[in-house]
Design a protein. Structure first.
Length: 127
């Protein structure tokens, strides 16, 4: 069967994983903490979101998701499309560096990029 027939009329979910927000924060803190960036890494208890839901529309919308984690099976993308995902920690560190390099997050004196513009362009050129 040719590759076009394998993927015809199918939809694929493209994600390397589904980490909790606190796991994302811990990953970013591990990389950027030594560079003098302060990131919260403690998980807020559910009752805090419940209280905030009285004054915050965002918190109100998130109340139904408390304690639930979405888990996605990306096996079809790996098998049918041959995709190999970059590790989430690497993706997060590159994203954080990009935010600093583009001026979205203020650069600290001890900031060191986790990747270069040249590496970024090479990654884009692969596609």
């Amino acid at each position: 069967m040719n590759p076009a027939e394998v993927v015809a009329n199918r939809r694929f979910l493209l994600c390397a994983g589904t980490p909790w927000m606190v796991d994302i924060a811990k990953s970013l803190a591990k990389t950027f903490g030594p560079m003098d960036y302060s990131l919260p890494t403690k998980e807020a208890p559910d009752w805090v979101f419940w209280l905030l839901s009285f004054v915050s529309e965002y918190a109100r919308e998130q109340n139904s998701n408390l304690g639930r984690q979405s888990v996605f099976d990306t096996t079809p993308t790996k098998q049918a499309l041959g995709i190999e995902y970059r590790p989430i920690d690497e993706t997060l560190s590159h994203m954080g560096s990009s935010l600093v390099m583009h001026g979205i997050v203020k650069k600290t004196a001890s900031f060191k990029p986790t990747w270069t513009e040249k590496e970024a362009l090479q990654t884009v050129e692969q596609f």
